[in-house]
Design a protein around this ligand. Structure first.
Ligand code: ATP
Ligand code: MG
Ligand code: MG
Ligand code: MG
Length: 464
């Protein structure tokens, strides 16, 4: 029975390979798709196939896809199961097999390969999907009390307002079956964890919202590698699995603390550092550099959160290179491009950390002054100054504000940002980009400021 993260990944891929799926390498975190910032699911590289815009690589495929979900940033360390970077194991049918096989195999894999006891499993189906409910009950033999019907919000997938879509069915692990089958609430994460989602693409939705059955029905699934590791390693959260815990320990060693002896707040800081260290290392390896735009901003935001949580733990010297080294070492076997790009990764971490440290202390001082005045909320101008002069991502200011029970005046922030944009635009209009040093000219033409590090250049690049 697989136990380590590496064994779980291999067991999943081998299981589907033995069932006629082509094993595909993970695609980049930077998608080949202008409509999305980052790869958020295993199906993303296959989206053109599902939309009928590209031929399938094979009738069936399986992969372990690197993913980043920024919508889960706030959940990191607060829930036991959410990461920014994680791997999604998937099996896909491109107009080949459908619901019956997908359900039967998911169950076989879960109970026979991963060895989970059916008494610990619960499945969800879309409210109207009688077919899936019947398959779980009759073909697989799941107790009807443990087949939960869910609404569209949770159990219906669509890639957009029109196009292929269909119901989903999820498998949850139940940590406490002794609590009984009555009134099961799958949202209760002290009891349940979702680990496998099966999407049955069976309709096309037109502009009027009408669903018509697809001639070629498809399957898209996702299993969180770290979640299966949590379950099989019998640890209380994803961060304590072998896929991340070495990074938690590395951060704890740098801070001179013992994870097990800490309160939950400090443990959360270590979890954030462990989680984000994987994400930033992988992002840089896939060609992202820190900036104030798009995915560059995601990288910057994650990286600055690592630095800040390090400081909360008492780490007062640069430490991102050490975390980067540890992350590369931890993930090298599964992700050989990490050691290959080691120099680039470490250089970017060091450079961006230095940029931030330069202004962080002064920014923290400003923020402390603002907080000392006991405001009702943090003003937009202060938040903008922190962003613009001190490189505090807005979300970081919000997070610190929240720790003090405050909110940030977002409209005021936006207004200050807009004023800055107008000034930059006015300065940029007459610049000929083909001239040498054009960027420097634009930067020079921006309002004189105290030292802004490289932010001014990013701002200028953003306007251009
Ligand atoms: P949740 O409800 O727990 O947020 P989800 O429904 O958003 O999960 P899906 O979009 O269905 O997740 O993704 C498929 C699978 O990927 C999930 O069943 C889970 O195992 C895994 N997964 C999703 N989001 C994360 C995350 N942020 N960190 C780790 N694993 C994740
Ligand atoms: Mg989610
Ligand atoms: Mg869910
Ligand atoms: Mg889901």
């Amino acid at each position: 029975r697989p136990r380590s993260g590496a064994e779980i990944r291999e067991a999943f891929l081998a299981f589907y390979e033995a069932r006629g799926h082509r094993r595909m390498a993970s695609a980049s975190l930077v998608p080949d798709d202008p409509t999305v910032l980052l790869t958020i699911a295993g199906m993303l590289p296959f989206k053109p196939v599902f939309l009928g815009q590209a031929p399938p690589p094979a009738p069936r495929a399986t992969s372990s896809q690197k993913c980043i979900r920024t919508n889960d940033i706030e959940n990191v360390g607060r829930t036991a199961r959410h990461h920014t970077f994680f791997e999604m194991l998937g099996n896909f049918s491109f107009g080949d097999y459908f619901k019956e096989e997908a359900i039967a195999w998911a169950w076989e894999l879960t109970t026979e390969v991963f060895g989970l006891d059916p008494a610990h499993l619960v499945v969800s189906v879309f409210r109207e999907d009688d077919e899936a409910a019947a398959l779980w009950r009759d073909a697989v033999g799941v107790d009807p009390k443990r087949i939960i019907r869910m609404d569209e919000a949770d159990n219906f997938w669509a890639s957009g307002p029109t196009g292929p879509c269909g119901p989903c069915s999820e498998i949850y692990y139940d940590f406490h079956p002794e609590r009984g089958d009555d009134g099961i609430d799958l949202e209760d994460d002290s009891r349940f964890i979702e680990f496998y989602n099966l999407v049955f693409m069976q309709y096309n939705r037109d502009a009027a919202g009408t669903l018509t059955p697809l001639a070629r029905r498809s399957i898209d699934t996702g299993m969180g590698l770290e979640r299966m590791a949590q379950i099989l390693q019998q640890v209380p959260n994803n961060y304590e699995t072998d896929l991340i815990y070495p990074l938690v320990e590395a951060a704890a060693a740098l801070a001179g603390v013992d994870y097990r002896a800490l309160d939950s707040r400090a443990q959360t800081s270590l979890k954030v550092i462990g989680d984000h260290s994987r994400a930033i290392t992988q992002l840089i390896a896939d060609g992202v550099t820190a900036s104030n735009l798009g995915r560059g901003y995601v990288l910057r935001r994650l990286l600055r959160r690592v630095v800040r949580h390090g400081r909360l733990l008492g780490i007062d010297r640069p430490f991102l290179a050490a975390m980067g080294e540890a992350a590369i070492e931890l993930m090298a076997a599964a992700h050989p491009q990490l050691p290959e790009r080691r120099t680039v990764i470490l250089a970017e971490l060091v450079r961006e950390e230095a940029r931030f440290l330069d202004t962080l202390e002064r920014g923290e001082k400003l923020l402390a002054e603002v907080l000392a005045a006991r405001p009702e909320r943090i003003g937009g101008d202060a938040a903008f100054e922190l962003y613009d002069t001190y490189g505090f991502p807005l979300e970081l200011t919000q997070e610190i504000a929240e720790e003090h029970g405050l909110t940030v005046d977002l409209d005021g922030f936006e207004a200050a940002m807009e004023r800055q944009r107008q000034r930059a635009k006015a300065a940029a209009v007459s610049i000929d980009l083909t001239l040498q040093g054009a960027i420097e000219q634009v930067a020079g033409a921006l309002e004189p400021t105290d030292f802004r590090g490289y932010e001014a250049l990013d701002q200028a690049a953003c306007v251009l």
